[in-house]
Design a protein around this ligand. Structure first.
Ligand code: IPM
Ligand code: MG
Length: 369
């Protein structure tokens, strides 16, 4: 079997130090399992702007298109705050998602038993939680036209963004959610704002049609996004799969991350449609940002990036037992009491990014997936 081509884009801030820990796991897989990846590294975000004058260099895009999967760290930081909008680090991330056609963003929020008390919510509300947020990623308010800031004749200014979806865009993200639900508890909650926004009236109508025609075995419910935000912290275990618009998903997934104890725990997968050869373009990244305030201090939590790599093995490389093993190692290390600062709890051992990474690799020797 040809080595899987993996493009690593560490990006800015804590992205690089988290990626060092993933490299340890990759080395482990090579040494202990004889699994070799064809790895290349590239630039994206602020570091790409510094080196090439653009947050998404042509070469990065070429390499991303040729890769079997992309693993991304994080982008952004105050250093680039004053750049024009189209040069900002975030444009690199949004650009690669769009160019690769990654319309489906899977954001699982799973509470590890050892971290139940790390959440700011009561243990009984979050223990055993396992939900999947499916965020539409290449449309909606993030990409709709017209957009921009214009100066009016009277000298005042006007800012515009547009919430827009076509039936096909809604149906393809709906299928992703329903297919995932079939592998889980067969329940989809579609989140919209159909009491106010016409675009999401269409969203709701299309979800209903799709469920009736193709997924009668999956239960479909609907919730307004404001209520969904409230329900996520009130009783998150009522959900199985949630599917929603790009901006709504951005907000709800940050909210869901805190159910698990920390933004530093949540991985994500962004997937495209299968091409003519059946290949699915994919990018894996933690949902946290570049955390510039703690970057370079060796205190960041590398687990979201490590778990993103596990998702990559599971969804893109069909290496299910290796993915299970990484996830088991994360559980084991947390159970053993090691914590990075963001998930620190009384009586546990506070460790650095590096020590956490080393511990995961050691644990992989012990756990049987
Ligand atoms: C995320 C992030 C990005 C987004 C930013 C960094 C552009 O918040 O992946 O959730 O808004 O999609
Ligand atoms: Mg976000």
């Amino acid at each position: 079997m040809a080595a899987k081509k993996l493009l690593i884009l560490p990006g800015d801030g804590i992205g690089a130090e988290a990626m060092v820990q993933v490299r340890r796991i990759i080395d482990w897989l090579s040494k202990k399992r004889g699994i070799e990846f064809d790895i290349s590294e590239g630039l994206i975000g602020g570091c790409a702007y510094d080196a090439c004058g653009t947050p998404l260099p042509e070469q990065t895009l070429i390499d991303a298109m040729a890769a079997d999967a992309v693993l991304l760290g994080a982008v952004g930081g105050p250093k680039w705050d004053d750049l024009p909008f189209d040069k900002k680090p975030e444009r690199g991330l949004l650009g690669i998602r769009k160019e690769m056609g990654l319309f489906a963003n899977l954001r699982p929020a799973v509470v590890f038993d050892a971290l139940v008390d790390a959440s700011t919510l009561k243990a009984e509300i979050v223990s055993g939680l396992d939900i999947m947020i499916v965020r539409e990623l290449t449309g909606g308010l993030y990409f709709g036209e017209p957009r921009g800031i214009e100066t009016l004749p009277d000298g005042s200014r006007r800012g515009v963004n547009t919430l827009v979806y076509t039936t096909e865009e809604i149906r393809r993200i709906g299928r992703v959610a329903f297919d995932l639900a079939r592998k889980r508890n067969r329940r989809v909650c579609s989140v919209d704002k159909a009491n106010v926004l016409e675009c999401t009236v269409l969203w709701r109508e299309e979800m209903i049609k799709l469920q009736q025609s193709d997924y009668p075995d999956v239960e479909l419910t609907h919730m307004y996004v404001d209520n969904a935000a409230m329900q996520l912290v009130r009783n998150p275990k009522q959900f199985d799969v949630m599917v929603t618009e790009n901006t709504f998903g951005d907000i709800l997934s940050d909210c869901a991350s805190m159910l698990t104890g920390s933004l530093g725990m949540l991985p994500s997968a962004s997937l495209g449609a299968p091409d003519a050869t059946g290949k699915v373009r994919a990018l894996y990244e933690p949902i946290h940002g570049s955390a510039p305030d703690i970057a370079g201090k060796d205190i960041a939590n590398p687990l979201a990036t490590i778990l993103s790599f596990a998702m990559c093995l599971r969804y893109s490389f069909d290496m299910v037992s290796e993915a299970d093993q990484i996830e088991a190692a994360v559980r084991g290390v947390l159970k053993g009491g090691l914590r990075t600062a963001d998930i620190m709890q009384p009586g546990k051992a506070k460790v650095s990014t590096t020590v956490m990474g080393e511990a995961i690799v050691r644990e992989m020797d012990k756990v049987q997936a």
